[in-house]
Ligand binder design. Sequence first.
Ligand code: AMP
Ligand code: MG
Length: 349
Amino acid sequence: MKRLLWHCLILIALVTVPGCSATRPVAVSREALGTVVSVTAYGPDTAAVRDAIDRAYDAMAEVEAQLDSHDPASAISAFNADPYEPTVPPDDVLTVLDEIAEAGVADEFSPALLAVTGLYGFEEGGRVPDAGSLATALAASRGFGCTGDGMMAFARLSDPDARLEPGGPLAPGLDLGGAAKGLALDRAREALKASGAVTAALISTTSSTVMLGAKPDGSPWRVGVEDPRDLDSVVAVFTFSGDGALSTSGDYQRFFEADGKRYHHILDPATGLPARGVRSLTVAGSSLSGLRADILSTALFVKGAEGAVEYAEQHGIALYAVDAEGRAHLVPAPGGSGLSVAEQATPLP
Ligand code: AMP
Ligand code: MG
């Protein structure tokens, strides 16, 4: 009888110890996707949760190996090495292109701005491109399209400018830097879900976040939006009761100043110039994928505050934007979506 009691006690211990750890998450932060990615995951078996998190980072690395156009060994760089040769693009590129079309933002989100972005030299301190080079790179970027049989390529310009040759500074190329993080976070979330070990999780980079399931204590996931002119202050907070995605695009994330003007990394595909009118724009939705959220934050930034608000209202997407004058624009989430957004403070003027 005593022995049975001991067995029962041990059994209870085995059941309750993992039960306790289900309310304490495993939190891991690692360098990935050219930034730091944090994963907070809940599950009854801590070792299995850790294992699942490793798989999630593997999944993100796979997306990076496809879509990082700054890595010469990536699949997208292989495509870019010979941009005029009709080729079937890597699978993840096709996934992103389909999503841009489905979101209806092809005028604002261009997958083909590699040479245009490169002219600004954001990685090397920044420079204002001369108007001629900008026009040439922009014209070349517009030549991207299908050539038949699932193949794609850039059309050669009739202008025989040596700088447009493969490897040249104005040679066109694909750059999915405005979407790759979102897709990578989706794949990481899928890996956590597929493990069967994770009941709830939040995966975040500085600009994008995805949530899986509800926290075991029932409290919502909270994601703050920083003031684009005071990165230590939070100006809005999004709360999610379960699944969801959020993405922020900002003119403060990569920029330089010249002649008293801020040149930042989100370019208007119509002009090749930094999109003006918005400082920061966040979209969120409980049924949005990370990929859709990432594409939309970039595209709606280009649309400008008014167009962005209109799009968000029409598509049932929550939005918080700070315009060029420091005014906040808020579109609440649809009722019953499990998502809410509240202003926390007034952004700096
Ligand atoms: P995000 O921070 O997600 O808004 O993405 C910004 C990055 O996307 C830039 O660093 C560029 O690599 C790329 N990009 C800039 N402008 C655009 C645009 N209009 N459409 C698509 N990608 C862009
Ligand atoms: Mg984006």
